[in-house]
Design a protein around this ligand. Structure first.
Ligand SMILES: NC(=O)c1ccc[n+]([C@@H]2O[C@H](COP(=O)([O-])OP(=O)(O)OC[C@H]3O[C@@H](n4cnc5c(N)ncnc54)[C@H](OP(=O)(O)O)[C@@H]3O)[C@@H](O)[C@H]2O)c1
Length: 339
């Protein structure tokens, strides 16, 4: 199979487009023919091996897993003997960050627990765009942010991968949404469901009179004190970035009965993924796709995302991937049968 491989940490220049043997699924895994994958900032960090705290799990001196790409959508072509939820021909999607990634390839083996069925009406590219960014937004708003209908939420970074999901999900959860983005993305934020849009090139959201029940932050560009001054007295602040000041100060603020402020780490979750699949199917959630790259141009796709101004998600598609039924050669059930 064709795959994008890295053997050493570095810039996108270290990526090679090469041919490898197809993976063999373990008993609890399925083999997926990848129809689309999407890029996350996490791929950029693992490519560079930075920050250094990723290295204990990613490989101290060189990458443990040679193929990046956590988010995939595709068609099951073989199943391990312990797999109960899927069979060849099923269209699935999921986040493989807990099992070594591998999505920037024509085939990937994935634990069945990481996957959900892709609703037939949802395009593969939309499904591939959703797992990491969508689940992060959902957990940030609902689990950590405890967002309730009628509350005021501000989404900082409303035009990025996570932010475009957050604006839509917050609106779906019944909140009144203020989105912060740059001028070129203002109209898009309104279309996604924001009630108010703040163009950060014109206005500083930390200086306004509005107080928010929840600030969901994906940028981390302000100080804890600045975020706090626009939080309601019992409000919550959740950031997907890491603010070192919060690691100590967050629990201290909570003990004093003030607002809750926390760094969050999303966890792949099958139920959250299935919830998002429902929203996608009902068209209450539509991923924003900025660009689509062929697999052999994954390095360019990563450069684009790494620059930090993608508008929604960036998709990678293997050549000839079209989402049709698996070929006869792949319609086999036992991992030992794989070439
Ligand atoms: N903790 C977790 O579990 C978790 C999970 C997923 C992601 N993350 C992290 O969350 C962050 C966001 O991820 P992402 O996938 O959304 O990134 P992304 O797609 O690269 O988002 C970049 C967006 O940030 C916007 N932006 C840049 N400067 C801004 C500013 N000053 N104010 C408001 N918006 C600004 C850009 O919009 P403009 O072009 O309009 O400036 C762009 O659309 C990253 O740090 C990522 O590593 C964490």
């Amino acid at each position: 199979m064709k795959a994008i491989v890295y053997r050493t940490y570095g810039s996108p220049d270290v990526l090679e487009f090469t041919t490898l043997a197809e993976p063999t699924p373990k008993p609890d895994e399925v083999l997926i023919r990848v129809v689309a994958s999407s890029i996350n900032q996490g791929d950029w960090h693992l490519l560079h091996g930075e920050p250094l705290l990723v290295r204990p799990s990613a490989g101290l001196w060189r990458p443990k897993h040679p193929i990046l790409g956590a988010d995939v959508a595709g068609v099951v072509v073989a199943v391990g003997r312990a797999v109960t939820r899927f069979e060849p021909g099923d269209a699935v999607f999921g986040d493989l960050s807990a099992s070594g990634r591998g999505g920037f390839a024509e085939y990937v083996a994935a634990p069945e627990d990481a996957l959900a069925l892709k609703p037939a009406a949802v395009p593969f590219a939309d499904a591939a765009a959703t797992p990491t960014a969508g689940v992060t937004a959902l957990q940030g708003l609902r689990t950590h942010g405890r967002l309730a209908p009628g509350q005021q939420v501000l989404v900082n970074g409303a035009s990025g991968g996570v932010g475009t999901f957050a604006v839509q999900i917050a609106a779906t959860l019944g909140a009144t949404v203020t989105a912060v983005c740059s001028t070129r993305n203002v109209a898009q934020a309104r279309r996604l469901g924001a009630d108010t849009v703040i163009d950060y090139t014109q206005e500083d959201f930390t200086q306004g009179g509005q107080r928010y029940d929840l600030i969901f932050d994906t940028v981390g560009n302000r100080s804890v004190a600045e975020y706090r001054q626009v939080l309601a007295p019992q409000g919550r602040f959740v950031t997907t970035t890491f603010l070192p000041a919060l690691a100590l100060r967050g629990p201290w603020l909570a003990r004093r009965g003030g607002p809750s402020m926390q760094n969050m780490m999303a966890k792949p979750d099958r139920d959250d993924l299935a919830f998002l699949a429902g929203l996608l199917e009902e068209r209450r959630l539509t991923p924003v796709i900025d660009r689509c790259y062929p697999l052999d141009e994954t390095a360019d796709a990563l450069r684009y995302v790494g620059a930090g101004h993608a508008r929604g998600k960036v998709i990678v598609v293997p050549e000839g991937a079209d989402g049709s039924a698996p070929t006869a050669a792949h319609a086999i059930a036992e991992p030992g049968d794989r070439p």
